[in-house]
Ligand binder design. Structure first.
Ligand code: NAP
Length: 463
């Protein structure tokens, strides 16, 4: 079926220019194959890098540094970036089938997993993913974020909960060295917060943090860590986890050392870590969050928990649920509503009967769910690209495979798409803003992010 010849390369569209999409493009470009490939990498944002630009906390420069590697891949010139193009609106699955032999969905997971407890809809109850989007200057979230709570609850014991708790509790001046947008700095600067409480529903040996990220909590200036001895319960499964898993062992050691050392230095802000607290209700008055109710849990021997019936209440004025991300359905693409992923087998998109939909593939968080570090998506991409290459002889033949035909389509629809050249302009502009802020401000800033979408597009498309 496939029409690839020596003169017409295999045309592949990748939807999502985050790490998952870029890794897939890179692996496909470098793969051992007997035909040429030509890849278009689409993104709904005007800028590339997805989760790294809009998901990694600003005070994690080491992770943000992955951008350097992704930049090198895209700068080679053999992968075409087309930004500010939203799948399902600006370009549909039918359009893509017309122009490409294969489409790889790498759209990640950017929404919060739902949490169904009474009071979740109250003013002051937020999803961590939305807050992350705000502090990372994602163009589609409102610029203002209400930061008026003194006592805040963060629900969940994963790294996103740590990011959110750390950013909420840090003094804004200590974030200024990062690339946070000015409005984020101002918002955090005016925050009256004194206490951030992180609540895990299981025990200290069941946390999903990673050691480096946990230890980092103790590096925030003028923020004390507070722990509660009654939360330190370990069952057989915990002992086994500590014995067999180095990460768990290190983290339990860190937590117990903190308890032994007593972290009270009289700091103006505190970050509390609570375990064995299952959230059961967010309490409200006049539609606003005023507290939170938990049921104390006990470990059941297997590392899971059961309720003890003891109810504990905390005065809280804001709640951030960091209980995991969730993928969004894409028009026309089979979706597993329960897991929030595109239905697939090894990255081949399949229908309800497990039949592969020819030419459709997926990789990254939208393929396997929102768990794992950025590097893990490389393994995903290897599998997906391996399967795509295996199928290459039988891929459907597109009607209009030329590289120009897609550009013509976007132009006909007046889509203000951005390019790699455009990103380089925006990148330079943001760095220049950073240099100016460094000259006039108290700290060195590498870049200041441009946030409004129109401004990003107009700088990227400037002649
Ligand atoms: P995660 O690691 O899966 O953690 C989710 C947490 O939410 C778990 O502690 C889970 O508890 C808890 N939870 C789930 N449902 C709950 C409920 N109904 N009530 C109370 N708690 C509930 O997810 P994540 O934090 O979103 O992170 C996603 C991935 O990104 C992870 O692999 C993470 O390591 C990675 N990441 C890394 C960094 C970094 O700096 N390296 C930063 C951010 C994210 P149970 O275990 O009991 O289910």
């Amino acid at each position: 079926m496939s029409s690839t010849t020596e003169t017409s390369p295999l045309r592949v569209a990748i939807i999502g220019a985050g790490p998952a999409g870029v890794y897939a493009a890179d692996i496909l470009t470098k793969a051992d194959r007997e035909f040429d490939v030509s890849i278009d990498l689409f993104d709904a944002y005007p800028a590339p890098y997805g989760l790294i630009r809009y998901g990694v906390a600003p005070d994690h420069p080491r992770i943000k540094g992955i951008v350097t590697a992704l930049h090198k891949v895209l700068d080679r010139g053999d992968i075409r970036f087309l930004g500010n193009v939203t799948f399902g609106r600006d370009i549909t699955l039918e359009d893509l089938k017309k122009h490409y032999h294969a489409v790889i969905f790498a759209t990640g997971a950017i929404k919060d997993a739902p949490m169904n407890i009474p009071g979740i809809e109250l003013e002051g109850s937020y999803g961590a993913a939305d807050f992350v989007s705000w502090y990372d200057g994602q163009p589609d979230v409102p610029r203002e974020w209400p930061l008026d709570a003194q006592q805040i609850a963060v629900i969940g014991n994963g790294n996103v909960a740590l990011d959110v708790a750390r950013v909420l509790s840090k003094h804004a001046d200590d974030l200024l060295v990062t690339e946070i947008p000015d409005n984020v700095y101002q918002g955090l600067k005016n925050s009256p917060v004194t206490d951030v409480h992180v609540f895990g529903r299981r025990g200290p040996a069941q946390i999903k943090f990673t050691p480096l990220e946990l230890r980092e909590l103790s590096h925030s200036r003028d923020v004390d860590i507070v722990l509660y001895p009654e939360d330190f319960e370990f069952d057989e499964a915990s002992d086994e986890a500590i014995k067999t898993n180095n990460q768990v062992k290190t983290m339990v050691n860190t937590l117990t050392n903190w308890i032994v050392e007593d972290q009270d230095t009289g700091a103006s802000r505190r970050l509390h870590l609570h375990f064995l607290h299952n959230p059961i209700e967010i309490l409200g008055e006049d539609g606003k969050v005023v507290g939170m109710k938990f049921e104390r849990q006990e470990l059941d021997g297997t590392g899971n928990v059961r309720g003890t019936g003891e109810i504990i209440e905390y005065p809280i004025q804001a709640v951030y649920r960091a209980i995991g991300y969730f993928g969004s359905e894409l028009e026309g693409v089979p979706f597993d509503e329960r897991r929030g992923v595109i239905t697939n087998v090894g990255g081949r998109v399949v229908d309800a009967d497990q039949q592969h939909l020819p030419g459709l593939y997926t990789t990254g968080w939208i393929k396997r769910g929102p768990v794992g570090l950025i590097g893990h998506t490389k393994g995903d991409a290897l599998e997906t690209i391996g399967n795509l290459l295996e199928d290459s002889a039988s891929l459907p033949t597109p009607e209009a495979p030329s590289e120009e035909s897609v550009i013509e389509l976007l132009e006909q629809r007046n889509i203000e798409f951005t390019t790699w050249e455009g990103w380089n302009k925006l990148d330079a502009y943001e760095r220049e803003l950073g240099a100016k802020a460094t000259e006039s401000g108290p700290v060195a800033r590498e870049r200041v992010k441009v946030v409004p979408r129109e401004e990003m597009v107009s700088i990227s498309r400037a002649k």
